[in-house]
Each structure stands twice: as C-alpha cells, then as structure tokens.
Design a protein around this ligand. Structure first.
Ligand code: GLC
Length: 648
C-alpha cells in the first residue's frame, strides 16, 4: 500500500515536471485583457459589492464617486499583487474547500509571548510542524498605542508592525516561509475601533472635519443616554459605559470597549474605503485569513444593542467581494461572540449566503464543552447544539477549547429549561466552578467582570488550570494529574470532531498552567485575561520528548489526535454533524459520509461509562487505530474516554 502511494507520488511529480517543460516551450502570446482574471472576477463579484453597498448605505447612486475610487484602488492592488500570490489565487479557486478539509489544524499565539519577535516565530515553526499545525493565527501585531493597548486591539497604525515584534518586511517574509511550508497565516483586522493615538483620531482632535466624520461624537449627555438605555457593557469593571467625554473633540466619543478604543463610524463610506485598501494591502503581503475582530459592533442604531445590525453583513459582503476580485486566495473569519440565532448570519444566511465570512467562532460549542466537563452531563450540550440551525455547507466553524479571551457563560435560559435547569443558576454555577469556588471543583481559574447584582461572572484561566492540572500539581497527586490530562485531551478531541477548523491555543499543547505575573504590570494588572496569555517556556517545551512528563503526555496525545483527524475524511467541515441520543455522561455524534459513517463517543466523567453501540457504528476506533471490545452490543468508555468509530 505504502509502496503504491510512493510510486504514485513519484509518478505525479514526473508528470508535472514533464508538463512544466512542455508549457515552458509554448511561445509567449499576448493574452489580451479579456483573459485577465481581474476583469472576470470583477464581472463575477461586482454585483455582490454593489448589493452590499446598497444595503448598507441605502442609495448606490449617491455613492458613485466612492465606487469609482474603490474600483481604481482594486485595480492598483491587482497590478501590485505578487506572482506567487496570484498562483495561490488560482490554486485556492481549484480547492474552494481548502479551510474545510480535515488536514487543517490551527494554532493561535501572541508573537512576543511565543517567540519574542516575528524572526523568533520563524525559528520555532518546527514545533508547530511537529504538532501537525497548518494554520497560524498571530494575535494583534500591527503597531498598537503605547501602554495598555487591550492586547494589541487598540491599533495606532495598521500599516506598520509593532516595532517590538519586527517590521512589515519581516511579516511578509514570515508569510512567504509559512506558504512554502504549506501553512497559512491569519492576522486580526480590527474594524470596529482604532486607538485614540491613530492618525485619524489625532486629526479629528485637531479639528479636521473629514476625520471627525470617521468617528461617533455625541454633543451632550442626553444623546449619550438615549443610546446607553439599550446598550450592554463589554467591560463593566474596568471600562464602564460606552462613551468617553473628550475635551478636544468637545463631545462624547463612542468607545464600546476601553476609553482609548474609538469606535469608527461605518455609516461613512470613506471608512469602508480605508479598510478595503488596508485589507488588500495586507493581502498582498501574503496574509491568508483576516480575523474580523468584534465585527458584530460595526453598525450603530439607537434603540438597539448596536450589535448584529443588518448593515454589518452588508458591509462584510462588500469587503468580501473586494477581496475576491483582487485576492481570491484570502478568507474571512468572523469574530462574533453573539447569541446562537444571530451567529449563523455571519456565515451567510438568506441574501448573504456564500458572500460573507468563510469561518466563524463556535463560541456555543466551546461553552458547552466546559459546561459538560463541570456537570459531567452532556444533556444541555446535546440540546443546545441540536437547536442550532445548520451552517452553510461551504463554511466551517472555528472550533476551540480556549482562546485569549475570558469564557462568557453563554447558556440560554431556553436551552437550560429544556433540560430542567434554571439558566441563571447554571451560569452562576459555571462561573463559580471555574473560579474553584464550588465544592469539589478541580478548576483554578478566576472570575472576570463579576456582575454584583446577578452574581454572574465570566472566567479566566488556561485550559490546564481549568481542567485540574494546577490542583493536581499543588497536591502532587498522580491520579488527579492523569484525570486532568485526560480532560484536556477529551476537550480537544471534541473540538476536532465537529464541522470546523480546530484551533489550539498557545501553551495548551504542553499543559501550560496560568501565569499570574501580569499582576506586577500596571498596564495589565486590572485585566486577568493575562493569566491565560503566558510566555512559552521553551525549557518546558523541550520536555515534550521526555517520557512520562506532563508536557510529553499532553503533546503526544494532541499530536496523535491531529494525525488521526488528518486521516479521517469524515471530519470534512461540509459533512453534517448528527447529535445522537446517549446516556447523560456521554456525548454521541455521527458524521455521515460517502466513505462510511463515523460515530464519535466521549465520556465527560471520571467514571467508566457504557452504552449500546449506536446503529451503524463498527468496532474500529480511528484514534487508537485498533478495534475496541464490544460486549453484548455494549461499548465501554474509560474515564474521559473518546473514540471515533468507523462503520462496519
Ligand atoms: C475581541 C477580542 C478581545 C478585544 C475586543 C476589542 O473581542 O477578542 O480581546 O478586547 O475584541 O477589540
């Protein structure tokens, strides 16, 4: 079998060489403008672009000058697009599912925390390759404001890299090296706000009317209150309210997040043009995927929570069309941490189907994994996931267990009630459980943004800390250690089984515990999300090769899972997920596929569990690569056990 595949690889290479020689002998011809893909793509996507603008700004006629400018700037970027990236455009057009295939596995890290600089990241690519990573999300790296920059989400200059991390040239070099190694690069584009130090905000403060129109400035308290009535607060503890009075602006500036993050006014088409230009500029440096940060907040409408407004999707549709015309290799990833019924819009429903983002964070799955781990009960998870409408088959979820943000306990009252739980009580339980405040909790996280009235809180902490590794180390207890490692691997196994692109968060591959040193840094002390943004301790990473260490057990467990995922075609993101009935501690799901149905079972408890083998499931486990024992039609799962069973 292996020999045969070697033969095929060699034969393919020979045939491609032969064809390359043949093509090189074809005399150069004038291809003529009608064959320039730009024109073909403009013809194809201009209707989407115009439709998006029409929906966002109501009238396209009045926008004609902006649209002409937009076409000119697209053409300029098309001319500048490097040859290697044009080739990639063609390759990806031939593989439109490139982000959906099971071979894709992502990794997320901060440049400085992972490897100090962009050059350092280049030096550590072998670590990611050993793990099997094919997609790298580098956390905000464009030049932030000095001091507290909300982890880089307050950008002062989108055309420069943070000098502490490197230069634009180094970013381009890294993107090129990743591409040559078959990895793609994702970076954040922060669309909702800029740092108050950004040139646009500086010009606005200096009285430049053009730039003043880039922002929301309300003249008085009464206008602020009219909006505040229906607006939630994102950071009630350290940035209460949504507006900040600014002397120089002579009014209240819209600041949804921190007071130094100024919301942009997207009802001004000039802002759209700025970002179209920026996205194409970054795409031409070799960025593959843009994470659209805080995208839900883009459009403001009085009397609403100013999230998920229809214009948001229209604007993304326009930007997506712009990217498709100039740089079709590029994909969009929506960061919309919103209610399930709103979330699906970000993958394109109705008129926007297939026209907005290719990826969106599956916050609901992440929350439910942690909820089931705390309660040892998967009924809420199965119910909530069953209620989620089916995503478009051409898109993929971003599935993840942890990220740089806190976990907000987004469990709806309706889902909770459907399984006999009280929503507020369960949410409070989760906040307390993961802060280690609930009797018997194995977690060592911390509460984030506690709501004094309801007692609700969000949670901070690393995967390992929330899964009991810190507790096990405190007690020097092998049994607890084993259980925490199994929980870490179970969580990742679930994430790898769903219809998406799984992301591993930095340090989770070696079981990193939380880092409390942020408390010494005055710019960070007030924000405990820094406890789960640790520096990679490379001396500990080296222990992944020493048998029996925590690092080796977690790393090898994850590596094996990733390898298993890559050889399991059923995990393609276009394949539907069916949630099956199961005993309370087990999550059971199936991925029906033309190469055979895959049945996945996960034990969310520390006690062995049994269940009848679901119909259509065979005994062969693709993770362990061996058959599992079936006795009288029953399958047993060890504590936190997980299997991917192939059809008979
Ligand atoms: C996103 C980021 C978060 C940041 C916010 C404001 O939600 O994930 O870290 O605070 O946007 O940019």
């Amino acid at each position: 079998m292996e020999q045969e595949s070697d033969f095929l690889t060699t034969l393919t290479a020979q045939l491609l060489c032969r064809a390359t020689d043949g093509v090189a002998r074809i005399p150069p011809v004038d291809h003529g403008t009608e064959l320039d893909p730009f024109l073909l793509r403009l013809e194809r996507y201009l209707p989407d672009l115009l439709d998006g603008m029409q929906r966002a700004y109501r009238s396209v006629e009045a926008l004609a000058p902006w649209i002409e400018q937009l076409v000119d700037l697209m053409l300029a970027h098309h001319v500048q697009r490097p040859r290697e990236l044009r080739l990639l455009d063609l390759q990806r057009a031939l593989r439109p599912d490139w982000l959906q295939v099971p071979g894709q596995v992502g990794y997320v890290c901060y440049v400085d925390r992972f490897a100090d600089t962009l050059g350092g990241v280049l030096d550590h690519l072998d670590h990611l390759e050993q793990l099997g990573v094919t997609y790298l999300h580098l956390m905000p790296l464009l030049r932030p404001r000095p001091g507290n920059s909300d982890g880089g989400y307050a950008v002062a200059d989108y055309r420069a890299v943070d000098p502490a991390l490197g230069t634009i040239g180094e970013l381009e070099q890294l993107a090129g090296e990743l591409r040559r190694r078959g990895l793609s690069l994702c970076i954040d584009v922060v669309l909702n706000h800029v740092a108050r130090e950004h040139a646009w905000a500086v010009a606005a403060r200096q009285g430049d009317v053009r730039y003043r129109r880039y922002f929301w400035v309300l003249p008085g308290r009464s206008q602020v209150e009219a909006f505040e009535r229906t607006l939630p607060e994102v950071f009630p503890d350290f940035a209460p309210g949504n507006f900040t009075f600014d002397e120089e602006m002579g009014g209240w500036v819209w600041t949804t997040f921190n007071d130094f993050q100024w919301d942009l006014n997207w009802s001004n088409p000039e802002v759209l043009l700025e970002f179209a230009d920026l996205i194409l500029h970054l795409a031409n440096l070799g960025i593959d995927v843009f994470r659209l940060d805080a995208i839900a907040f883009l459009w403001k409408r009085q009397g609403t929570d100013c999230q998920n407004q229809p214009e948001v999707h229209a604007l993304v549709q326009t930007l997506r069309a712009v990217a498709r015309i100039v740089a079709p290799a590029v994909a969009f990833k929506a960061e919309a941490i919103v209610a399930p019924d709103q979330l699906m819009q970000y993958l394109g429903r109705g008129a926007h189907h297939g026209k907005v983002s290719d990826l969106a964070y599956h916050n609901g799955l992440m929350v439910q994994i942690w909820s089931s781990l705390a309660s040892r009960d998967t009924r809420l998870m199965t119910t909530a996931l069953r209620r989620l409408p089916r995503k478009p088959s051409s898109c993929a979820w971003v599935t993840y267990l942890r990220c740089h943000d806190d976990i907000g306990w987004a469990v709806s009252d309706e889902d909770a009630a459907a399984v006999g739980l009280d929503g507020p009580t369960h949410r409070r339980f989760l906040g307390q459980y993961y802060a280690g405040l609930f009797p018997g909790s194995h977690a060592r996280g911390e509460p984030f943004q506690v709501n004094r009235r309801s007692g609700d809180s969000r949670s901070s902490g690393t995967t390992a800390a929330l899964n009991g590794l810190e507790l096990a180390l405190e007690h020097d207890n092998d049994e607890l250690l084993q259980l925490s490692i199994e929980r870490i691997l179970l969580g990742h196994a679930v994430v790898m089984t769903f219809d998406g692109l799984p992301l591993i968060y930095m340090g989770d591959e070696i079981g990193m515990i939380s880092d409390r040193s942020y408390r010494e840094d005055p710019d960070r002390a007030g924000d405990n999300r820094w406890m789960h943004r640790p520096h990679m301790p490379w001396e500990r990473v080296a222990r992944r090769h020493a048998r029996g260490t925590v690092e080796q057990r977690v790393f090898d467990g994850l590596r094996r899972l990733i390898a298993a995922r890559k050889r399991t075609p059923q995990l393609h993101a276009a394949t539907v997920v069916e949630l099956l009935d199961s005993p309370p501690a087990i999550l059971a799901l199936a991925r029906p596929h033309h190469l055979g149905r895959l049945t996945a079972l996960f034990n969310f408890s520390e006690t062995p569990q049994r269940m009848p083998l679901p119909p259509g499931a065979g005994p062969f486990d693709c993770i362990a690569e061996r058959p599992v024992p079936i006795r009288v039609g029953q399958i047993s799962l060890p504590p936190y056990g997980r299997v991917w069973l192939l059809a008979d």
